[in-house]
Write a protein that binds this ligand. Sequence first.
Ligand code: C5P
Length: 242
Amino acid sequence: MTTTPGILVALDVPTATEALDLARRLGDQVTGFKVGLELLMGPGPGVVAAVRELDRPVFVDAKLHDIPVTVERAARRLGRLGARWLTVHALGGDDMVRAAVEGLRSEHADGGVIAVTVLTSLDEAMLARVIGSGSVGRQVARLASLAAAAGAEGVVCSVAELGVVAQAAPRLVRVTPGIRPAGTENDDQARVATPAEAVRRGSDLLVVGRPVTHAADPQAALAEIVAQVRRAADTLHDGPEE
Ligand code: C5P
């Protein structure tokens, strides 16, 4: 039996009411919900506890990047609110990632830190302007090894770098945003892939936002993505059909 990869729906909406309404409508189809900066900076971190009450694990996409002690304290607070997963930027360094793990676990024994490698909105040209090198793959591999050594449970990367991560840090959970079913808009994402490609290349958790939240019928859009993920996982398990 292979495990079918999970789906995290990004609740990128401005208010807690909208987030909770959406989560209630989609809850039985998802592995968990992602609470990101829009909700954390709008209604505030209390929304993590409110979403948690819906009985689905919450992925807090705070993308922390600060000195270790500050990150440790923030992670502790988010763990207390019920964060099952918490993102930090691997670029903060191994001491910072380790501090996040300690802070989160002090409040949530099953909590795991997920380190962001290279944002899926960056392409090679922009990465070169940011860090002076344009090799996304090399950067992702280095940051994934660093995150693994510092105790992270997983990393965020684009589907294109799944192979690189599997090689550099095989035990990490691989979380992939930038998921776009065929025929939908890329929006501001630069490195996108379909749900089936994400599964074929080894994603463990697919993050889906706008293709569901901006759809005319979010439940139907999610159901279609879930079906595509299942089909791709079954094909992977049984081998391609004749
Ligand atoms: O709407 P869309 O499907 O593009 O949403 C992707 C979500 O994943 C957003 O909430 C975004 O903040 C997040 N994310 C990302 N790229 C990363 C890390 C997180 O797009 N590298």
